[in-house]
Design a binder for this molecule. Structure first.
Ligand code: MRU
Length: 356
C-alpha cells in the first residue's frame, strides 16, 4: 500500500496469500491479523466484527468476491458465474444495515458479467480500485467537512469512523483529522459506545496514535457535556442514508442528535456516496440489525448483568434528516437535507413519494 501520511493504520489489506484483516475484536490490547483465503471466511469475519464500519465492510466484501471468483473458476470454468451466487448470498447475509456491503457486492457482480476467462486479475483490480477510491473519498470529505467548522472548538464523536472503519483515513474521523490539522479542533470527546466499545477501544486508539487530544465519556454523559458548552459540533459517520437524508448509524446516534438540537450544537454526518441508498425513501425502511443479547449482558466475556435479566441489543438507530445540519459526501455538502437536495448531490431526479 502506498505512503499513507498521518494515517498509517489499515484494517483491510490484500496480500498474495489472501485478505488480511486487523482483528478489531482484540484492539487495542493486541494487534493481531486474520488471513482469509475464501469468501465464507470473509462473511464470517464481517458477521463476527473482525472487520466493521460500513465502508470497511464494503471493501472487505469486494475482496471476498475476488476470493470466491478465483475459487469457483478453478473448480468449474464453465459454470462459475452461476456457482458464485451462493457465495455472494452468504456475504450479503453477514450484516444487514450497512448498505456499503450490498453496494460492493452489486458493483462486483456488474463487473463479473463483463469478464471472460479467468476472472481473478480483473476482479482484483476492481476491488483494489474500490479500496483506493474509498480512501480518496475520505480525504475529500475531510477537506469539505473541516470547511464547515468556522472557529476553534471541541467536538463529540460516536463509535469508530476512522481508518479502522474504512479503506483508510476515515469519514467523521477524517473530518476530525483534517480539522485538527487546520487548527480548528482542540479536543475530541469520544463516546465509549456500548456494547462493543468502538469509541473506547478503537477511536481513542486511533486518536492517541495521531496525537490528537481525546477524552472518553460514557454516552449517558453527552447531553451533560453539551449543556456545559463543551462541544460545538457532533460529527458522526453513517451505515445507510435514505433518499431524504434520514441516517442510520451506531445505536446512540439519534439521542445525540436530539440532545444536540436542544443545546444548539451542530450535527454533521460524514459518509461516502456508497453509503447513500437512493432506493430507500426514508429511514423507517432501513433494516436495523439486532445483535445477540449476550453482548449487553456480558463485558469482556464476563457476565455483568443480573442472572435472569433479558437484554435488547439494536446495533443501529435512525436520525431523522431534520435533526442533521450537514451531510458531507465526496460529491459535496448538503445542509439541512431534503429529498431534492440529496437528489441534486447524487446527480439524480427526485422520485415522487409512493401514493403521493
Ligand atoms: O457495528 P459497527 O462497528 O460496524 O458500526 C459502525 C458504525 O456505526 C459507524 O459509525 C459507521 O459504519 C460509519 S464508519 C465510517
Amino acid at each position: 500500500m502506498a505512503e499513507t501520511g498521518h494515517d498509517s493504520i489499515r484494517a483491510v489489506e490484500w496480500t498474495d496469500q489472501g485478505l488480511k484483516l486487523l482483528d478489531q475484536r482484540v484492539l487495542p490490547l493486541r494487534q493481531e491479523h486474520v488471513l482469509l483465503e475464501d469468501a465464507a471466511g470473509v462473511a464470517d469475519a464481517i458477521r463476527d466484527m473482525v472487520v466493521r464500519g460500513a465502508p470497511a465492510i464494503g471493501v472487505a466484501a469486494a475482496y471476498g468476491v475476488v476470493l470466491a471468483a478465483h475459487d469457483r473458476y478453478a473448480r468449474s470454468p464453465a459454470t462459475w458465474k452461476q456457482d458464485i451466487e451462493e457465495d455472494l448470498q452468504r456475504l450479503a447475509e453477514s450484516r444487514p444495515t450497512a448498505v456499503n456491503l450490498f453496494w460492493a457486492i452489486a458493483h462486483m457482480r456488474g463487473h463479473m458479467a463483463r469478464v471472460q476467462g479467468d476472472p481473478t486479475s480483473a476482479l482484483l483490480a476492481e476491488a483494489l480500485r474500490i479500496h483506493e477510491e474509498d480512501i480518496a473519498a475520505n480525504r475529500r470529505m475531510g477537506e469539505l467537512g473541516a470547511g464547515l467548522i468556522t472557529r476553534q472548538c471541541s467536538v463529540l464523536t460516536h463509535c469508530n469512523t476512522g481508518s479502522l472503519a474504512t479503506g483508510g483515513y476515515g469519514t467523521a474521523l477524517g473530518v476530525i483529522r483534517a480539522a485538527y490539522g487546520a487548527g480548528k479542533i482542540d479536543r475530541v470527546y469520544a463516546d465509549e459506545t456500548r456494547p462493543w466499545l468502538q469509541g473506547a477501544r478503537l477511536t481513542a486508539w486511533e486518536l492517541v496514535q495521531e496525537q490528537i487530544p481525546v477524552t472518553l465519556l460514557v454516552e449517558g454523559a453527552a447531553a451533560h457535556l453539551m449543556k456545559q458548552g463543551g462541544v460545538r459540533w457532533v460529527i458522526v459517520g453513517a451505515d445507510r442514508i435514505a433518499a431524504n437524508g434520514d441516517t442510520a448509524n451506531k445505536i446512540g446516534t439519534y439521542q445525540l442528535a436530539v440532545a444536540a438540537r436542544y443545546h444548539g450544537v451542530k450535527f454533521m454526518v460524514v459518509a461516502p456516496t456508497s453509503t447513500v441508498d437512493m432506493a430507500i425513501a426514508g429511514g423507517n425502511e432501513i433494516r436495523i440489525e439486532n445483535r445477540s443479547p449476550d453482548e449487553v449482558l456480558n463485558l469482556a466475556a464476563q457476565r455483568i448483568a443480573a442472572m435472569g435479566a433479558e437484554a435488547w441489543n439494536p446495533s443501529f438507530d435512525v436520525t431523522p434528516a431534520e435533526l442533521i445540519d450537514a451531510i458531507v459526501t465526496e460529491k459535496g455538502v448538503v445542509t439541512a437535507p431534503t429529498v431534492e437536495k440529496m437528489a441534486a448531490m447524487m446527480g439524480r431526479t427526485p422520485q415522487p413519494a409512493l401514493g403521493g
